[in-house]
Design a protein around this ligand. Structure first.
Ligand SMILES: *Cc1c(COP(=O)(O)O)cnc(C)c1O
Length: 408
């Protein structure tokens, strides 16, 4: 008999998750990542990756890692402040600073660690954090861990941010900071960065953005959400604290914070998730630096990702598939019910199309969805196959059969 108090609690907890259709399992990938992928023993087209440019499988990046492996071995051996700071780490940090147009950058092991480290280091209990309610879990946890007054602001509600900032007006000693995803990871929409950046400037507050899904992909030169909005005509000051990850468009792993000299030096002294953590393998830094170079020199991957996005949205509009507004490779189809999202995802998978069902607590209750992500590595026919299958699995009674068939 399994009788421990812990086992009882675990079994009851698992049962509850199962009963709510929120049970999660993993599928096993064979071989590398990519738009075509072997999963649980079968070939399928991958529409649930954050590898937006198809770089995770780029042989040139693997080669950079291999070269660094023969030169530096595997592990970095220690935290960066002890003896783990390799010349590969420094070269990547310099490249990231240059790429982002900021004085300095600091490499973290993960985006999760970066957000926790930054928020806990910069905010104290007298400070105020204004956080968009749809922020990534790592920003939420980092904000809570910081001990600052945590104000959850309705999604992208500029007036609510302004009102919350106005409340503390005149009170200059506590730091007031807005933290937001620049591209919301489950919705694909952009934060109102121009308005938020102007607000913090007016109020003497600070702005931290998490550009995990913008970096490398958005903007004419892949500099991310700020560059995209600027290219669309917005004029606003650069956010003071810039976080992005290297595991998505860059196709590697890790994350970084970019900002002023003082910001980075302060984090080196105070960011606990950085100080007390082993530096990432030097080969990973070498790989990420190669990925960054490719992003800098080869705009065709971004152009291709954008073309795929346009093809998908145009096709969906024609078929009456109700996509949310999003100009990024994250294209959610809101379904509502968790069981239904799961069933749709399963039906797509049976047709060789891998699309993740996203359920609470990742998204608010009643907004379960298919989170479709597009990549530069998708071919036209991949997109058309997805559209055709989506038209079949959605309640598209209104879609004329001949229209649906014409996209095959
Ligand atoms: C993926 C993600 C993170 C976490 O980054 P990891 O490197 O995967 O830990 C942080 N913020 C956002 C918005 C993300 O999408």
């Amino acid at each position: 008999m399994t009788g421990s108090a812990l086992e009882h609690r675990l079994q009851a907890g698992l049962e509850q998750v199962r009963a709510q259709n929120l049970y999660r399992t993993r599928r096993v990938i064979d071989g590398g990542h990519g738009a075509r992928i072997r999963v649980d023993g079968r070939e399928c087209i991958n529409f649930c990756s954050n590898d937006y440019l198809g770089l995770a499988a780029d042989p040139r990046i693997a080669e950079a890692a291999r070269a660094a492996l023969s030169h530096c071995g595997t592990g970095s051996g220690a935290a960066a402040l002890v003896s783990g700071y390799n010349h590969e780490h420094r070269a990547l940090e310099e490249a990231l600073a240059e790429f982002t147009g900021r004085p300095r950058a600091l490499l973290f092991s993960t985006g999760w660690a970066a957000n926790l480290g930054v928020l806990r280091a910069l905010l104290g209990k007298d400070d105020v954090l204004l956080a968009d309610e749809l922020n990534h879990a790592s920003l939420i946890d980092g904000g809570r861990l910081s001990g600052a007054h945590y104000r959850r602001i309705p999604h992208a509600d500029v007036a609510a941010f302004a009102a919350a900032l106005a409340e503390g007006a005149g009170d200059t000693s506590p730091l007031r900071m807005i933290a937001t995803d620049s591209v919301f990871s489950m919705d694909g929409d952009l934060a109102p960065l121009p308005q938020l950046a102007n607000l913090v400037q007016q109020h003497g507050a600070a702005l931290m953005i998490d550009d995990a899904h913008g970096f490398g992909v958005l903007g004419p030169r892949g500099r991310g959400a700020v560059e995209l909005l600027t290219a669309q005509g917005a004029v606003f000051p650069d956010p003071e604290i810039y976080v992005a990850t290297l595991g998505k468009a860059i196709g590697c792993g890790g994350a970084f914070v970019a900002g002023s000299e003082a910001l980075i030096e302060y984090l080196i002294q105070r960011a606990r998730s950085w100080i007390f953590s082993t530096a990432p393998p030097p080969a990973l830094a070498a790989a990420a630096r190669r990925g960054l170079q490719i992003i800098d020199q080869e705009p065709e991957h971004r152009r291709r990702a954008l073309a795929n996005l346009q093809r998908f949205r145009a096709g969906a509009a024609q078929l009456g598939i109700p996509l949310a507004a999003s100009q990024t490779p994250i294209q959610p189809l809101i379904v509502g019910d968790a069981a239904r999202a799961l069933e749709m995802s399963q039906r797509l998978f049976e047709q060789g199309l891998w699309v993740a069902a996203i359920r609470p607590p990742t998204v608010p209750r009643g907004t379960s969805r298919l989170r479709i992500t597009l990549s530069a590595a998708h071919r036209d026919e991949d997109i058309d196959r997805l559209l055709d299958a989506l038209a079949r699995v959605t309640d598209s009674a209104s879609v004329p059969a001949d229209l649906a068939a014409s996209t095959v």
